[in-house]
Design a protein around this ligand. Structure first.
Ligand SMILES: NC(=O)C1=CN([C@@H]2O[C@H](COP(=O)(O)OP(=O)(O)OC[C@H]3O[C@@H](n4cnc5c(N)ncnc54)[C@H](O)[C@@H]3O)[C@@H](O)[C@H]2O)[C@@H](O)CC1
Ligand SMILES: Nc1ncnc2c1ncn2[C@@H]1O[C@H](COP(=O)(O)OP(=O)(O)O)[C@@H](O)[C@H]1O
Ligand SMILES: [K+]
Length: 513
């Protein structure tokens, strides 16, 4: 699903108005109707007090139009106009008149006034600012935002929590509405998925206001939200007459004394996702653990017992995954550097492999094209330097990925795969996955997909999606706290099955037919 910028959404508005031969207030009315129906289906006429805080732009216009619909259907409402500017939008004014025609008189709030009392069981509709916020709100408006946040009422934000910008992080983290639920129009907004801004949103949902399909389809976006429809076409079915040689030979290099488990996890995940063959390269101390825990894997050992000192092998890997638990000893850095001089296989670099790269950046020039890097936030900072905010982080990541022609996977609650100026935002996964070794599993999964013939970008996007889905399946079995990296591996197979599971409703209809 595409993630549009504010400019693209405004352009979609204009395009739709032109093509459907409607006036702009029709779109506003559609927006209000969608929200009304959403609320009504949940409230079922309940006489709960609904406080609508409406700005003077089109987000406020949505709120005022919604107030009218709620009133006409018997709901108990209070409307407040947050009078932050005298530049009121045309459609806001039109809807304000429609409200007044029905003898509904909103209360006008400005810098001098007291804020209304809000009950614990009331509902607040936040329609102060939408995607048009382009500078810091005045102090009294911030005070109002703070006031709403401290109330215990349920906050429903229209389109986007007020105070949240589309393309930057606000300076003061308290200046944004903390929404219980966001009803966003047509497409999700990038800020919903970034750690510094996503925290203001508890849940979000999209409402279709009928923006023109052709525009939405044809317009290219930098960011895309990756769900099932996006990954399904990537899936490569296994062929009846295929053999293990068709699914590649993965080579996983890593481990050090006390950290052989990282290689075990990556290797197991790599096999579980379908790699045809797998060889691991570990220090001598890893030989017995590897051979006993993973009989399917072949093992080559370093001359040294506790760490990797040379990377000598006699096989032609389809893909190499390197770095998990490897350590950053001087001699290991040398071995890694020598390996990069001769390696031509596609690479997936994780953990200490990344730390070595950030300590020895000249090695970045030795990476094959489309090398996959899988940093967690700290490793990413070592690679990119300190960023100003999450939007700056994405810009730096895009520049880095372009400079070294690498695929940069920014891991987190919504992992973002960066390549070729684009960002693929993952939709699966959960906080249960914040647990030791889950990154090793991801690196192994991506390695195993490349082995099977997926290109490195598809392997990254698909691998990240399946990894999160395995996490979601693990949570449904054992709750958040008990998710472990090993459980993620155990659920890779179920994640594949889940990809092809049809929604129950659909199955039911078919059975009836
Ligand atoms: N295609 C869509 O998605 C549609 C969007 N609509 C609504 O329109 C909203 C966008 O409306 P607007 O562009 O009018 O913008 P907003 O309603 O977000 O309001 C901001 C307005 O105030 C000004 N402003 C920005 N920051 C300010 C500040 N700190 N202090 C004072 N004034 C400030 C801006 O110039 C802008 O006109 C959307 O979020 C959505 O709610 C709907 O009305 C219908 C269609
Ligand atoms: N809150 C979260 N929600 C969803 N996924 C998460 C969350 N926290 C961590 N993850 C995922 O778990 C993995 C953690 O990777 P990493 O920190 O490298 O773990 P490790 O070093 O222990 O292997 C990443 O893929 C990340 O996206
Ligand atoms: K809002």
């Amino acid at each position: 699903m595409k993630i549009f910028t504010a400019e693209q959404i405004y352009a979609a508005d204009r395009f739709t108005i032109e093509k459907q031969q409607i006036t702009s207030d029709v779109l506003m009315e559609r927006a209000a109707t969608q929200i009304y129906e959403w609320m009504n289906s949940r409230l079922q006429g309940a006489q709960v007090k609904i406080h609508l805080f409406c700005g003077i732009g089109n987000n406020g216009g949505d709120g005022v139009a919604l107030a009218r619909q709620l009133h006409e259907n018997g709901y108990s409402i209070e409307v407040y106009v947050v009078n932050y500017s005298d530049k009121r939008s045309k459609d806001f004014l039109l809807n304000l008149d429609r409200l007044k025609e029905r003898k509904l008189w909103p209360e006008f709030l400005d810098s001098g006034c007291d804020f209304p009392e809000l009950g614990r069981k009331d509902i607040i509709v936040d329609a102060v600012f939408g995607i048009g916020l382009n500078r810091n709100p005045d102090a009294w408006v911030l005070k109002l935002i703070n006031y709403l946040n401290t109330s215990s009422a349920f906050i429903l934000s229209i389109d986007i929590p007020s105070g949240l910008f589309m393309e930057r992080v606000p300076e003061n983290r308290d200046d944004i509405i903390r929404a219980n639920h966001v009803l966003s129009f047509q497409a999700p907004k990038l800020s919903f998925f970034l750690p510094q801004t996503g925290i203001y949103i508890n849940q979000w949902e999209l409402l279709d206001i009928g923006l023109d399909d052709e525009y939405l389809f044809k317009t290219e976006t930098v960011y895309e939200l990756i769900g099932k429809p996006e990954v399904l076409p990537m899936y490569m079915p296994r062929l009846k007459f295929s053999h293990k040689g068709n699914y590649g030979h993965s080579f996983i290099i890593g481990g050090s004394y006390g950290k052989i488990g990282a290689v075990q996890l990556a290797a197991k995940a790599c096999l579980e996702i379908g790699s045809g063959l797998l060889t691991t390269y570990v220090p001598e101390c890893g030989y017995i653990p590897m051979q006993t825990s993973l009989p399917e894997a072949m093992v080559i050992v370093d001359d040294e017992d506790e760490k990797i000192t040379t990377i000598n092998f006699d096989l032609k890997p389809t893909v190499v995954g390197i770095g998990m638990g490897m350590g950053t000893h001087k001699i290991t850095i040398k071995a890694f550097s020598e390996f990069l001089k001769t390696n031509t296989a596609p690479l997936v670099i994780d953990a200490d492999g990344l730390n070595i790269l950030s300590g020895t950046p000249e090695l970045l020039n030795r990476l094959p094209n489309q090398t996959v890097l899988t940093p967690h936030p700290k490793e990413l900072e070592r690679l990119l330097g300190k960023w100003r905010d999450d939007f700056d982080k994405l810009d730096r990541a895009k520049a880095f990925s372009k400079k070294y022609d690498c695929i940069l996977i920014i891991k987190g609650a919504h992992t973002i795969v960066i390549y070729n100026g684009k960002g693929y935002v993952n939709s699966t996964g959960n906080p249960g996955m914040a647990t030791a070794g889950s990154g090793d599993v991801l690196a192994g999964m991506i390695t195993g997909l490349i082995a099977q013939g997926y290109n490195s970008l598809d392997a990254s996007v698909f691998g990240v999606y399946l990894h999160g889905l395995s996490g979601d399946l693990s949570v449904s079995e054992s709750g958040y706290e008990a998710v472990t990296a090993s459980k993620l591996i155990d659920n890779i197979g179920k994640a594949f099955l889940e990809l092809f599971r049809r929604p129950e409703q659909e199955q039911h209809i078919e059975e009836k037919n």
